[in-house]
Design a protein around this ligand. Structure first.
Ligand SMILES: NC(=O)c1ccc[n+]([C@@H]2O[C@H](COP(=O)([O-])OP(=O)(O)OC[C@H]3O[C@@H](n4cnc5c(N)ncnc54)[C@H](OP(=O)(O)O)[C@@H]3O)[C@@H](O)[C@H]2O)c1
Ligand SMILES: [Zn+2]
Length: 357
């Protein structure tokens, strides 16, 4: 099963909004076939593994990280393929919570005389399927909230100007994330002050992330890099619903290829849940928020972070700048680990249960 998980992870960034799935077929003590879901629309893991195993799948055990599908989706049901190959046992790490699968896959296998076991490495399966389950249960994408701060807690110098705090190792981690998520969100202030591109550089690109700016009053100028490159990489601006007085600004941005989406407002600002729901409706599974202190605090206060990546650089920025405020009892709800990235530290917090039940 561990091998099946390693294989499944290879699909990360390519299979979404499907879940990552791996499959290993074992006969006696030998692996006779293995496979994983490679990209959205491609065959499922079981099909690749069965193909590789050929006739050796007969009487074998199939280890799958997720319940095999028993319905016809983009591809024919995997249960049928397992039954046709005369597999004897199926071991699945977890059942599929999608309503069209849930339990149906197992029932079909059992009805065909295949012995089914579930729950093996269940924690790992839950961790692997977090974005998939978050979409299903919460109708929003999985959110990774990231920022960098100095050792004294500040995110930017008092003058508010852009400042590269962290080193190359941290940058590489961020670029790898950018290269696999569906969207990268920034606040209007960061878009204006930092004038970032938000593209992934010097890493393998798994999907092109849509760049998303939360700009309640439509105040970003059309000269920003994000706007000027909107024809190369998709760019969305969420703004408050009523924007009649912004008609001119909106026109300048749309002419340059920016998509402006009206959004509900909350306390005079973008309603984060509404914006995220709209990204969900576009099929997005993973969203990276490259937050300044205001936006990071807002996401944390709204309980809208599934993971927090806080890079800490060993320097001091001095007083009178802004820092991120954590909500009460944050540590009770997250597992926090510490890693190093060259001379920077990375505090990584992962929500204990991706979905509150
Ligand atoms: N160290 C880091 O990792 C890092 C990362 C990013 C930025 N920065 C620095 O941080 C500074 C900017 O930070 P900031 O705190 O001023 O701004 P920010 O967090 O980047 O963005 C906040 C802005 O987003 C808009 N916004 C829209 N909806 C919102 C909502 N629901 N909640 C909160 N904000 C919402 C608001 O502007 P409107 O009301 O006009 O919509 C708000 O002022 C810059 O100096 C930048 O260099 C540092
Ligand atoms: Zn399938």
């Amino acid at each position: 099963m561990r091998r099946a998980f390693t294989l499944a992870r290879r699909g990360e960034g390519r299979v979404e909004p499907n879940p990552m799935v791996g499959c290993v077929i074992v006969r006696g003590s030998r692996i006779v076939g293995e496979g994983y879901h490679r990209r959205f629309g491609s065959h499922h893991a079981e099909v690749y593994a069965l193909r590789a195993a050929g006739r050796r799948a007969a009487a074998a055990t199939a280890y799958v990280t997720l319940e095999p599908c028993g319905h016809t989706g983009k591809t024919p049901p995997c249960t049928d393929a397992l039954i046709a190959a005369k597999v004897k046992y199926v071991v699945a790490a977890m059942s599929d919570p999608a309503p069209e699968v849930a339990g149906r896959g197992f029932r079909k296998l059992r009805a065909a005389g295949i012995e089914v076991r579930t729950g093996c490495l269940n924690d790992e399966a839950r961790s692997l399927t977090r974005p998939y389950v978050t979409r299903l249960k919460l109708q929003r994408p999985y959110i990774i909230l990231k920022w960098a701060q100095a050792l004294d807690g500040w995110l930017s110098a008092p003058d508010g100007q852009r400042r590269q705090l962290t080193g190359q190792a941290a940058a590489r981690i961020v670029h790898r994330l950018r290269a696999r998520v569906d969207a990268i969100i920034v606040g209007a202030s960061t878009a204006i002050v930092d004038n970032p591109l938000l593209t992934a550089r010097d890493v393998p690109i798994k999907r092109i992330a849509t760049r998303v700016i939360l700009d309640s009053r439509l105040r970003i100028p059309p000269t920003l890099k994000l706007v000027r490159t909107a024809v190369q990489a998709p760019t969305i601006v969420f703004t408050q619903r009523s924007r009649d007085d912004h008609a001119r600004a909106a026109q300048l941005l749309t002419q340059r290829g920016v998509e402006i989406l009206p959004c509900k407002s909350r306390n005079q600002r973008i309603d984060l849940r509404d914006a995220l729901h709209q990204l969900y409706q576009r099929g997005m599974s993973n969203v990276l928020v490259e937050a300044g202190p205001t936006l990071a605090t807002a996401f944390l206060a709204a309980d809208l972070a599934d993971e927090v990546m806080c890079f800490v650089a060993p320097e001091a920025l001095g007083r009178e700048a802004k820092s991120v405020r954590f909500p009460a009892r944050f540590a009770e709800r997250f597992d926090i680990s510490h890693h190093s990235a060259d001379s920077d530290a990375l505090f990584h917090a992962v929500r204990r249960s991706p979905v509150r039940t």
